[in-house]
Design a protein around this ligand. Structure first.
Ligand code: ATP
Ligand code: MG
Length: 557
């Protein structure tokens, strides 16, 4: 049962806040934003934030902005801007033409700082970074006032202008808010608003040598864009009093409101930019979009759909408590999404030849096969059948274990959508490996012929040796060894040596010859597969396994 069929949907705590604000007349139009720092590719955690913010704007007929939080000149890279836009759009974040850059607001931020100085709410401080830390106090002890705290408004204005004009070295002076050095919340103990940094910014070049701090810049960015609900993750909860102080002291008419929710974590899955970057730089993975990762680009390349990711986020929900979600839930969602939508094909990943001794030498028959047995709308196709086929090695055993109903000497099985075949003999090489299985077929038993003479317990898939297309198939496991956890004792990542298996000798049905990049299919009994967008060509098809066929996961509802 899909989640679409749920009728009563209870509101999450953010929806409740928004509805109260609307009802009480505090919010004429809901405006939300997704504010990534352009310093890496987006991952599944960001997808949660995108879908949450964009979803709320849709739900309340509001507006969703994409804003690059590029106030920090050290890390941002232009190359990430395009990838982020593409990923936000792909996942379904509907920002239309509303792409903003925080660095475009530097003038307004500077004006805002002047306003605070004039109100006596900000001062230039000459303490060094170490001294500032010392003066700040601890969780149990109050801080003490900076000796520069009582500078006059005029002096502060002049010094701040000098800061702006490049008169001071990096770190020589900062602008601080004048709040309360004894506040129980350390974020309120005269936090830094502006620092001197002689650095070139990717957008504003060398225009500025002072840059605003995040806690000062972010509320201003929100206020300028008319954001009503500024949704961020839990680690900013202690910063909310400062957020509120900034928008109050700057006297914005309809101040934005910060709301925190818990980050999405996947059990045993790496999402931190730092670690992903390391895997990329160390050449352990094939770039940011390696299908074993959970960057949005990687999920897309692996074959996940935006629909499956959206379904996943619905199941996960929005909460205030940190927790970790099982990756199997994401797999459940992609199976659910593709199950009825995509064709079911036959592919043999580890081939051995099956020869039908009593089938005419040069004959090829074209049998009918539904594209998806559970969805007639996808129609039918013809599959070639001939004397020589390939089957998967694991579907034949010389000595069958208990309850093995597939091929073994003397046993009869159904070849999917074709005939019954009975194993008569087999051939091995000098090492005892099976190279050929010989069968006879019974022409009466053709699928769809209405044959009821006898039954068989096993059905196996196959492809026609002459017409099948060779393909490469890549199977994936978690890049982290699940049993042992994400980190080793020395802090290094605990990599799974089997995270990638490349099968170079597979055969797929000829119907797949025109498969295009990102096309996905069910390969019967093997799971769901997607044409690799980077390495697959018409001459050399490469498929990624998105997910295996079966799972133990059931969403609890
Ligand atoms: P990371 O360090 O994992 O790359 P980040 O927080 O540094 O993440 P930003 O570019 O600052 O990345 O994040 C943009 C937005 O995405 C922020 O509003 C942030 O709260 C949100 N976000 C980041 N990670 C997650 C997550 N795991 N779950 C939900 N939201 C997240
Ligand atoms: Mg960040």
């Amino acid at each position: 049962m899909g989640i679409e069929s749920e009728e009563v949907v209870s509101k999450n705590f953010i929806e409740q806040i928004i509805e109260k604000d609307i009802k009480e007349g505090h919010c004429a139009k809901v405006v939300t934003r997704f504010p990534p720092e352009p310093n890496g590719y987006l991952h599944i955690g960001h997808a949660k934030s995108i879908l949450l913010n964009s979803g709320l704007a849709d739900e309340y007929n509001g507006q969703f902005n994409l804003r690059f939080d590029d106030t920090n000149p050290t890390k941002e890279k232009v190359e990430f801007v395009e990838s982020i836009k593409k990923d936000v759009q792909w996942i379904g974040g509907n920002f239309e033409d509303r792409v903003f850059f925080a660095s475009d607001y530097f003038d307004q931020m500077y004006e805002a700082a002047i306003k605070l100085i004039k109100k006596g709410k900000a001062y230039v401080c000459d303490l060094s970074a170490d001294e500032i830390r010392e003066y700040r106090g601890t969780l149990t002890e109050p801080g003490k006032n900076s000796p520069y705290r009582e500078r006059s408004v005029e002096e502060n204005l002049a010094l701040f202008e000098d800061m702006k004009n490049g008169k001071f070295e990096d770190g020589a002076k900062v602008l601080r808010a004048k709040i309360d050095m004894a506040s129980p919340n350390i974020n309120m103990r005269d936090p830094i608003l502006y620092r001197v940094a002689h650095m070139t910014h990717h957008n504003t070049g060398d225009k500025w040598c002072i840059y605003p701090m995040y806690d000062f810049a972010h509320p201003i960015e929100d206020a300028i864009e008319g954001v009503t609900h500024s949704i961020c993750t839990l680690e900013f909860e202690d910063h909310r009093p400062l957020y509120d102080w900034v928008v109050r002291e700057l006297e914005y008419e309809n101040p934005p409101k910060q709301i925190e929710f818990a980050k999405l974590y996947l059990t045993n899955v790496i999402t931190g930019k730092r670690y992903i970057k390391k895997l990329v730089e160390d050449g352990i993975v094939d770039g940011w979009d390696d299908p074993r990762m959970v960057s949005i680009a990687a999920l897309r390349r692996r074959g996940f759909t935006p629909e499956s990711i959206r379904m996943f986020m619905e199941l996960v929900g929005v909460s205030k408590a940190n927790s970790s979600v099982d990756y199997a839930m994401l797999e459940y969602c992609i199976r659910e999404d593709l199950k009825l939508k995509r064709p079911r094909m036959m592919a043999v990943l580890d081939p051995i030849k099956l020869v039908i001794d009593n089938y005419p030498e040069d004959q090829v028959e074209y049998l009918d096969m539904p594209n998806n047995q559970e969805n007639e709308e996808l129609g039918e196709r013809k599959i070639p059948f001939a004397k020589e086929l390939y089957i998967d090695r694991e579907d034949f055993k010389i000595e069958p274990p208990r309850k093995y109903f597939r091929l073994y000497p003397g046993n009869e099985v159904r070849l999917m959508h074709a005939y019954f075949v009975k194993c008569e003999s087999y051939v091995t090489d000098e090492n005892g490996n099976v190279t050929e299985v010989h069968c006879t077929y019974d022409p009466e038993t053709r699928s769809g012929s209405g044959f009821t003479g006898r039954k068989v317990k096993g059905t196996i898939h196959w492809v026609c040796a002459k017409e099948a297309i060779p393909a490469e198939v890549r199977l994936y496991e978690n890049i982290i060894d699940e049993e042992k956890g994400v980190y080793n004792e020395d802090g290094s990542l605990n990599l799974n040596p089997n995270s990638l298996t490349v099968l170079k000798n597979c055969y797929v049905e000829p119907a797949l010859k025109d498969a295009d990049k990102y096309d996905s299919f069910q390969f019967l009994r093997h799971g769901y597969f997607c044409v690799d967008a980077k390495d697959s060509t018409k001459e050399h098809l490469v498929f990624n396994r998105i997910v295996s066929q079966k799972s133990s996961y059931k969403p609890n509802k």
